[in-house]
Design a protein around this ligand. Structure first.
Ligand SMILES: NC(=O)c1ccc[n+]([C@@H]2O[C@H](COP(=O)([O-])OP(=O)(O)OC[C@H]3O[C@@H](n4cnc5c(N)ncnc54)[C@H](OP(=O)(O)O)[C@@H]3O)[C@@H](O)[C@H]2O)c1
Length: 329
């Protein structure tokens, strides 16, 4: 039998257990050109909150009754296509379920001999590629630039900051709480870190970036983005990657410092990682090279069991994860 987590209702505010239900169904059978995959890892990502919404976005949202969407890593157990065989480790988008059938052409085979297969959902997958292309293509980091990144201990932010160090930037992270801040500074090697939950954000930020900011990689939006707008230098860059502080809000945040974009000629650009799909190979090669050379550190936050995935997503959206959030199935 297969086990699935279905969407039971679309949330109006915060995601809760009432928005999901667990269902069982017979194991699916692959047709011609298809494979049956047993999922081993499910990636939990902030974008999932956006998919549980009727608001217009860059991808269509889920409907009530759908298997909840998500990227998965697993093993081929039955193949009706010559390109894949049982035992192959693969990356799929089968969503929140223990197994599923996919077209062989939609499945990406991964090399799990040198890094754990789960890394292809994190540092060598969508979050790592977001950091790679967002920072390099939009941020255009130069030696001596001051780079600030929010959600700095997370899947995207931790890679952005470390890539910034490799590019010769002075890197300042923003994270919530002492444990995450200590990790970002002491383990990841950022030059400074600001704890936005410590209650003195404006002053702490000013002290951390006395000469202003050349690149702000924004993962959170809201009041943190507004504060950063006030600290940007002439001809600086802002990468709008995520707005996690706003995902549950009914009303958009009211930004007050937009004038800074004009006065400082800031280039502020939204990004969606799919836009670089044709160049993913280049990004993975670059990230894998830094990882193998010991220049990138990476942390996973793992919960066990498909039925705990809703709890994992709720925690991720509240910052309870510490590193890339995964579910071990
Ligand atoms: N544009 C793209 O293509 C793309 C691709 C991937 C991800 N993203 C975006 O990038 C961001 C980070 O994603 P991720 O996968 O790396 O997740 P993550 O950083 O591993 O986890 C999310 C983190 O967001 C922080 N957070 C939650 N609520 C917050 C709030 N109200 N204010 C400030 N920080 C808050 C928490 O860290 P603290 O405990 O430190 O607050 C939490 O750990 C998200 O906004 C996501 O939507 C965009």
């Amino acid at each position: 039998m297969n086990k699935q987590v279905l969407v039971a209702a679309l949330p109006q505010g915060a995601v809760g257990p009432e928005h999901f239900r667990v269902a069982e169904s017979p194991a699916p059978k692959p047709g011609e050109g298809e494979v049956l995959v047993r999922n081993e890892w499910l990636s939990l990502d902030p974008y999932m909150r956006g998919r549980m919404s009727t608001a217009k976005s860059y991808v269509k949202g889920v409907d009530v009754g759908d298997v909840m969407v998500g990227q998965t890593g697993g093993e081929v157990v039955e193949s009706n296509d010559a390109s894949l065989k049982p035992g192959d480790k693969v990356l799929t988008s089968l969503g929140w379920q223990l197994m599923g059938v996919a077209k062989a052409s939609d499945v990406h085979k991964v090399d799990a001999s040198r890094v754990p297969a789960s890394y292809y959902l994190g540092i060598l997958g969508m979050p790592g590629l977001t950091a790679w292309f967002g920072l390099h293509e939009i941020g255009q980091p130069k030696q001596g630039d001051t780079l600030v990144v929010s959600a700095a201990s997370g899947a995207v932010g931790s890679v952005v900051g470390q890539l910034g160090k490799i590019a010769g930037c002075r890197v300042v992270g923003i994270a919530g709480g002492k444990a995450k801040c200590d990790y970002v500074r002491d383990e990841l090697g950022f030059d400074a870190v600001v704890d936005y939950k410590a209650g003195n954000f404006e002053d702490d930020l000013r002290a951390a970036v006395p000469k202003g900011v050349d690149i702000y990689f924004d993962n959170v939006g809201g009041p943190i983005l507004d504060s950063l707008l006030g600290r940007m230098r002439l001809f600086s860059r802002i990468i709008v990657c995520g707005l996690i502080s706003e995902y549950d809000s009914k009303e958009p945040y009211g930004y007050k410092k937009i004038r800074s974009i004009l006065v400082n000629r800031i280039k502020m650009q939204g990004m969606i990682v799919f836009d670089w799909q044709a160049r993913y190979g280049e990004g993975i090669k670059g990230l894998a090279g830094h990882l193998a050379a010991g220049r990138l550190k990476y942390k996973e936050s793992v919960i066990e069991g498909l039925e705990n995935a809703p709890k994992g997503l709720m925690g991720l959206l509240k910052g309870e994860n510490f590193g890339k959030q995964l579910v071990k199935l």
